[in-house]
Each structure stands twice: as C-alpha cells, then as structure tokens.
Ligand binder design. Structure first.
Ligand SMILES: CC(C)(COP(=O)(O)OP(=O)(O)OC[C@H]1O[C@@H](n2cnc3c(N)ncnc32)[C@H](O)[C@@H]1OP(=O)(O)O)[C@@H](O)C(=O)NCCC(=O)NCCS
Length: 291
C-alpha cells in the first residue's frame, strides 16, 4: 500500500465478527517482530490472537477499533476503560502495511476516546526491542516509566514465612482497592472483580491484613503489594505464570535478584510507558501487558 493511500484508512468500532481477521493479524504481527529479534512469539498460535480479541471486542469496559483499507481489516487496537487510568493494547497492524501510518491512526482513535472520557492517564507496555513501537508511542507523548523483565518458571522457594496466600473472594475487594490506592493512587476494582469471578485472583494475608493481591499471575494479570516480601509470596504460590510470564520491574533490584536466585528465567525485555498522570508506585507491583 503506497503511503498516499493511508488517507483511505478508515477507523471504526470493532465488532465480534472482526475478531477472526484482526486476531490473525495480531498473531502474525507479534510473531513477525519477535522472530525478527529471535524471541519466542507472545502468542502460541493464531487461535490465541482470535480468542483474545474476541474477548476484548465483546467485553464491557473495553473500547476497541479496527482499521480498514478498501473494506479489508488491516489492524486493530483496544482500550481498557475500567479504571481512572486507561490501558492501551494490543495494537497490531498487518505486516504488509506496517510503517505507513496505520498504527498512528489506531493510536489517535483510542487516545481521542480516552481524553473524551476524561481519563487521568493512559498506559501501555511495549516490547523493548521494537524500535518502531517505542518511536510511535514516544512521539505521541508517552514517557518511558519502567524497564520490565518478563519472567517465567517456578520459584524454588514455595512460600514466604508469615504470609498466607489464598484465592481472592468478593469480600476482599475493598481491602485490595485500599491497597491499590496506597500504592498507585487509584484502584483497578472492576478488573479485580472480574478476576475474582473468573477464579484467577489471589490475595496475601500477613498479620491479619491483606498485603498483596494479583488478578492473575500471568502476562494479562497485574499484582500490587505492600512490600517485596508480599509480592514474593504471590510469586511463590504459582506453579508457572500464564502466557510468556509475569512482568517484573527491572529497577526493583531486590525483587529481580530474588526471582533469579529462585530459578526464574527472563524471557524478554519490555517497557512500561505512560501519558498523563503517573505516580511512582509506593510499593511492589507487576503490571499486566496492558499496564
Ligand atoms: C507497532 C505497530 C502497531 C505500529 O503500526 P505502524 O502502522 O507500523 O506504525 P506507523 O507507520 O503508524 O508509525 C510508526 C512511527 O514510527 C516511526 N519509526 C519507525 N521506525 C523508527 C525508528 N527506527 N526510529 C524512529 N522512528 C521510527 C515512523 O516514522 C512513524 O512515526 P510518525 O508517526 O511520527 O511518522 C505495528 O508496527 C505492529 O503491528 N508491530 C508489531 C506488533 C507490535 O509490536 N505491536 C505493538 C505492541 S506494544
């Protein structure tokens, strides 16, 4: 597609029926950039891309768009609107039309939406080896906030003294939201409520208080903790992490070293970026692949 034709790109709201075409593009685009840098693909097969986009395109609290050229879908982007901070992604563009302006249009569509909705900020996580996505986001006003190490494995230490890890229940929601406010300045209660319903969420209790929670110990889950000790309890409770792994902030040297000493392996470097409000977290955290 010659550059002049990018003017013919139209952006519209995604529907469930778009997930088949957009999901294949999502798989191909991530596989292509990962292969080019000798990293394993984020998604195991096209069906995973289709499954994720079917879920996002039909989930309340998400605003999703597709890009079309001549009636053919050439990319998609999603915005998680469930908190006062919005989470962006996955954004992907058909490999045959990348670097021609389609990604910028998909970004503008969800950033316009986010500002119309009065979000305090927008965040995303990008593959640190991807020059183009870093440049696109930085050019659109996103600042690099945290280098992340995606980590996978099973910790040798299987529990942390004084910390009890258990499945989260609806009754834990309020305490988790208070914890999130203390650490991040806002809560992600809708996301956590959904994870509790799905049965993936966990909490840590220490000294009679909830000191950490995770929506899931996985690429698509986030975790917030009062201290590294509480985060270690969550990590030690998992047999493995869903998808490519959990996203450990690389500047949290104590936590990173604990993970390494416990046998976890780094699978890829990633970067947390933000536009708008950002507070340095006052505690330990693992962002999800959205933020
Ligand atoms: C990342 C992606 C969505 C971007 O979409 P795209 O249509 O290729 O990107 P665009 O052409 O709109 O924008 C690319 C921008 O990066 C710039 N750019 C590209 N390579 C660059 C480099 N090496 N250095 C500096 N700038 C660069 C381009 O000039 C353009 O900037 P501009 O908008 O200011 O002109 C797409 O490439 C993709 O699907 N990649 C694989 C999947 C992926 O990594 N998704 C992102 C997940 S976080």
């Amino acid at each position: 597609m010659p550059q002049a034709q990018t003017a013919t790109v139209t952006i519209r709201i995604a529907t469930k029926d778009d997930a088949l075409a957009a999901g294949k593009i999502c798989y191909d685009a991530f596989a292509a950039i990962s292969n080019a840098h000798n990293f394993p693909p984020d998604l195991p097969a096209p069906e995973a891309g289709i499954g994720i986009l079917t879920a996002l395109f039909t989930s309340p609290g998400f605003y999703c768009v597709v890009a079309e050229v001549g009636g053919r879908i050439v990319g998609s982007n999603c915005l998680d609107e469930r908190a006062v901070i919005h989470g962006l992604g996955p954004i992907t563009v058909d490999t045959s039309v990348q670097n021609l302006g389609v990604g910028r249009k998909l970004m503008s569509a969800v950033l316009d939406r986010s500002s119309q909705r009065g979000a305090a900020g927008v965040r995303l996580v990008q593959a640190a080896f991807h020059n183009r996505s870093l440049s696109l986001y930085a050019g659109l006003g996103f600042d690099v906030r945290e280098p992340l190490s995606c980590m996978q494995g099973r910790t040798q230490q299987r529990s942390v003294a004084g910390c009890t890890v258990r499945k989260a229940a609806s009754a834990d929601l309020e305490a988790c939201n208070v914890l999130s406010h203390r650490v991040h300045g806002f809560d992600r209660g809708a996301d956590l409520a959904h994870a509790i319903e799905e049965g993936t969420a966990k909490v840590v209790e220490r000294g009679g208080n909830i000191t950490a929670y995770a929506t899931d110990l996985a690429f698509f889950g986030h975790a917030t903790a009062q201290s590294n000790q509480d985060m270690q309890a969550l990590l030690a409770s998992a047999e493995s992490f869903g998808g490519p792994g959990v996203l450990v902030p690389s500047r949290n040297a104590e936590l990173v070293r604990w993970c390494l000493l416990n046998g976890l392996r780094v699978t890829q470097p990633m970067t947390l970026m933000s536009s708008g409000l950002y507070n340095d977290p006052a505690g330990a955290f693992l962002p999800s692949i959205l933020f």
